[in-house]
Structures are given as structure tokens and as C-alpha cells.
Write a protein that binds this ligand. Structure first.
Ligand code: CU
Length: 221
């Protein structure tokens, strides 16, 4: 908790979010390396005599300072592409959560549970009880099984919203007249929080997302 918490990131709770955080570390290694090198060269440049005997027409030097950055970019691009394709990977066991954005609340449908669609409004500040999170709790939250591939379908009834659950590494626009799909997979049971992530009007900040993950048996019951 403390490490990711100090970076203002939530603990990862899905394989894809773990991959994303590892890629974040991978990219930071490169960034910090480049920044340090450029900073050191900048300092050295300020201190030198501005003569260029060793760098003038230095073909070998130019070959290296072209090839090394190119290799570094490949080193960054390949894991990035791998992650991009992993993100598109989706299971197909038919378990679907449909999230519809409204101004300003979410409504959910879980077709396989046999229940009707229900609305999910934010709990107002004065109605909160001890231990609940301000601006994050909702009155009705969808319950899903953990360790199961779930497909989330997002759409909207009015303007563009975005359904996001940071600890699961999912964020998808909810566009009116369109159905977007993404994979959702939780490694652990628990309650997970997110927020609408597309500026959608006056109460954009007041339509949080809460999903509860339980054991498959409890979900079936
Ligand atoms: Cu919204």
C-alpha cells in the first residue's frame, strides 16, 4: 500500500493493472536515466571551453548517439505494445456487467443474475456513516464474482461519460448510441472505487463508481 499509495496510485487488484504498474516502473527507469544523463551533460557543457575538436566530423560518435537512443526507444516500445495487446484480451464466459452513464449517476445491468437494471447514486455527505468515503459511496453497487473474467459494456443515455476502476486498470468511455466493451478481472474480493472520468457536466464529480467482488458461490446465491 505505502509504495503505490505514495505515488497516489491505488493498489493493483487485477493482472492487467499489475502489468501496467510494472510498465510504469520500466518507463521510469528509462526516463530517470535520460534525465540524469542530460542534466549531467548540461552541467558539463556549462563548464567546458566550447571547443569542438573531438566532436567535429566524428562519424563514430554520431553512429553511437543515433543507435543508442533508437535502441532505447525499441526497449520502451516493445513492452508498451505487449501491454496494449494484453489490454484488449477478453474472456468469454458470458458474464456481463452493463454500465450506462446518465447525468449524473450510473445504472447497471447484470443479465446473467436475472435481476432488473438498477440505478447507482452517490451517497450525500450528510447521509454518510462512520468509515464511509465522502464523494465515493453509492446507494446500490453491482456485485460480481472475483477470479472470473467479466465483460463490461459501457454506454450512455445523454452525454459522454467514462467508466473507470483504477485498481482494476479499466477505463472506458461511455458514448451515447454506442456500446464499448472491456475485460474486467479481479484477483481479490473486496469493494473497489472509481469515478466518472470524462467531464460530463455540472455533477461530473458526483457520480462515483463502486463495485463489490465476492466469491463465485456468494454471487450465485
Ligand atoms: Cu459522467
Amino acid at each position: 500500500m505505502s509504495y503505490w499509495g505514495s505515488l497516489n496510485l491505488m493498489d493493483p487488484s487485477s493482472p492487467i493493472q499489475i502489468e501496467m504498474m510494472l510498465f510504469h516502473d520500466h518507463a521510469m527507469i528509462l526516463l530517470i536515466g535520460i534525465f540524469t544523463l542530460v542534466a549531467l551533460l548540461g552541467v558539463k557543457l556549462c563548464l567546458n571551453k566550447f571547443s569542438s575538436r573531438a566532436t567535429h566530423e566524428a562519424q563514430l560518435l554520431e553512429i553511437f548517439w543515433t543507435i543508442i537512443p533508437a535502441l532505447l526507444l525499441i526497449w520502451l516500445a516493445l513492452p508498451s505494445l505487449r501491454l496494449l495487446f494484453l489490454l484488449d484480451e477478453q474472456g468469454s464466459n458470458g458474464l456481463i456487467l452493463k454500465a450506462t452513464g446518465h447525468q449524473w449517476y450510473w445504472s447497471y445491468e447484470i443479465p446473467s443474475s436475472g435481476t432488473d437494471s438498477f440505478d447507482s447514486y452517490m451517497v450525500q455527505e450528510q447521509a454518510l456513516t462512520n468509515g464511509e468515503f465522502r464523494l465515493l459511496e453509492v446507494d446500490n453497487r453491482p456485485v460480481l464474482p472475483y477470479s472470473n473474467e467479466i465483460s463490461v459494456l459501457t454506454t450512455s443515455s445523454d452525454v459522454i461519460h467514462a467508466w473507470a476502476l483504477p485498481s482494476m486498470g479499466v477505463k472506458m468511455d461511455a458514448v451515447p448510441g454506442r456500446l464499448n466493451m472491456m475485460g474486467l478481472y479481479s484477483l481479490t474480493p473486496g469493494v473497489f472505487y472509481g469515478q466518472c472520468s470524462e467531464i460530463c457536466g455540472a455533477n461530473h464529480s458526483y457520480m462515483p463508481i463502486v463495485v463489490e467482488f465476492v466469491h463465485l458461490n456468494d454471487f450465485i446465491n
